[in-house]
Design a protein around this ligand. Structure first.
Ligand code: GDD
Ligand code: MN
Length: 413
């Protein structure tokens, strides 16, 4: 057992203090928290890999802080044992409190660094990506997030169902709390670095698993960088995720929403105005196509087909038109970074899927306004189209072209 003592879990409010003068005099610049629960088979390997990387990049200027919730498999003991061999390693064993998000904050509270971070303890987050995150922080980011959904990112062997669930949670998040969830491409990430100032002296109150939501929702964040990474398969131990985490996620969003009014306003002004105008103009061109087609197909003087069937064909033609223009113009800068037909088709399929969901809404609204309210069919159509435009813009911005307010770090690996 090491002669160095373990960190005592801080008590009281979940609030990270500003850097103490004493800590500022230390050499520690980066403090990386590793939350663990039953990771005894993974923790030693992770510590050794991180140490190799960081000894090269930041010799003596970092600390690794394992925060273990008194794991039955004695992860804490394994980590404590390792302290003798790894001078930059600290261990905190919590016996009272439990839970991933609070573990991370307790670790940050005891940390000395100006840069705070977190990485999973199960090797599902590739350690070498940390170097890119550090580079982004060096270049002035306030927050650098490892993301599965930017260039270089992905998941290794996830089933369609799992991907769908993960994306579903994200879409739900975008609907409940767009100003927070929409700021990054991977709001579920548990692998990121931030400047201590971002959260210093702010009262945190997380729930469940997603600590990044708390940072995004309550922190004072200017520049965000995202770095791609591939989520690895677990080699040892078990995931702690259950249905409970989905419930916590929604409750957490609700909690952040009810207090997020100010930051909501601030971020609303960060709405991509120019893109929205372009999207709107493209949408307008689609309206003419939609209207024209609806006239050709459904008007009694023309083909005289049924209203619903005509509307579906009219809209699908408009969707194709809109995609081509949006991919060229509205999101042209993004599209040019994602070259190739395969990616283009993928963007089109997503665009189509989102618009199709919008179309169902559109058809329902049209029928409602025409048959029940008794509006003229063209006016009814116009109102339905306007309502669905907003839905289309937001979801396509975030999912098809994946625009986040990041500054892409220029990283050569
Ligand atoms: N201290 C502590 N207390 N650590 C915990 C607890 C807890 O109650 N629950 C989980 N952990 C630790 C695990 O030991 C692991 O190191 C890490 O937190 C992630 O837990 P997993 O159970 O492996 O989660 P995952 O594989 O589904 O990962 C997903 O969630 C992570 C956390 O938000 C992904 O979205 C990751 O990207 C994300 O980092
Ligand atoms: Mn995991």
């Amino acid at each position: 057992m090491s002669s160095r003592s373990c960190l005592t879990p801080p008590l009281g409010a979940l609030q990270v203090p500003a850097r103490s003068p004493q800590a500022a005099r230390s050499n520690i610049w980066v403090s990386l928290v590793i939350p663990t629960y039953n990771e005894s088979k993974n923790i030693a390997g992770l510590i050794s890999q991180l140490t190799v990387l960081l000894d090269r990049r930041l010799p003596g200027e970092y600390e690794l802080i394992v925060v273990d919730d008194n794991s039955p498999d004695r992860t804490w003991a394994v980590a404590q044992q390792a302290m003798a061999d790894y001078p930059q390693l600290q261990v905190m064993r919590r016996e009272g409190e439990k839970g991933l998000s609070t573990a991370v904050i307790r670790g940050w509270q005891a940390a000395q660094g100006e840069i705070l971070g977190v990485i999973d303890g199960d090797l599902q987050h590739p350690p070498e990506v940390l170097l890119n995150l550090l580079t982004a922080m060096h270049q002035g980011a306030d927050l650098a997030v490892a993301s599965r959904h930017v260039v270089g990112g992905g998941v290794s062997e996830w089933s369609i169902v799992r991907r769908f669930l993960s994306r579903g949670a994200q879409v739900l998040g975008l609907l409940i709390l767009p100003s927070v969830v929409g700021r990054v491409s991977d709001p579920m990430s548990g692998y990121f670095l931030l400047r201590r100032d971002v959260i210093a002296d702010r009262r945190l109150n997380p729930l469940g698993y997603k600590i990044l939501l708390e940072v995004l929702g309550r922190g004072n964040i200017g520049q965000i960088a995202e770095v791609g990474y591939v989520f690895q398969e677990r080699q040892a131990g078990e995931s702690k995720v259950s249905w409970r985490q989905y419930v916590d996620y929604l409750l957490h969003l609700g909690r952040l929403r009810s207090r997020g009014r100010i930051s909501h306003l601030r971020h609303t002004y960060g709405v991509p105005i120019q893109r929205f105008i372009r999207f709107g103009l493209v949408g307008l061109s689609g309206v003419f196509i939609d209207m024209g087609m609806l006239y050709l197909l459904s008007d009694p003087a023309m083909l005289g087909w049924g209203l619903t069937r005509s509307k579906i064909i009219a809209s699908e033609t408009a969707i194709l038109n809109n995609f081509l223009w949006n991919d060229r113009w509205t999101f042209g800068d993004i599209a040019r970074q994602q070259k190739g037909w395969a990616k283009r088709v993928k963007r089109f399929l997503k665009f189509n899927l989102i618009c199709l969901a919008g179309l169902i809404l559109n058809v329902l609204l049209l029928n409602l306004l025409y048959n029940w309210v008794g509006l003229n069919r063209y006016l009814a159509n116009l109102i339905a189209i306007l309502a669905v435009t907003l839905w289309n813009f937001w979801l396509n911005l975030k999912l098809s072209w994946r625009v986040t307010d990041i500054q892409e770090p220029k990283i050569k690996r």
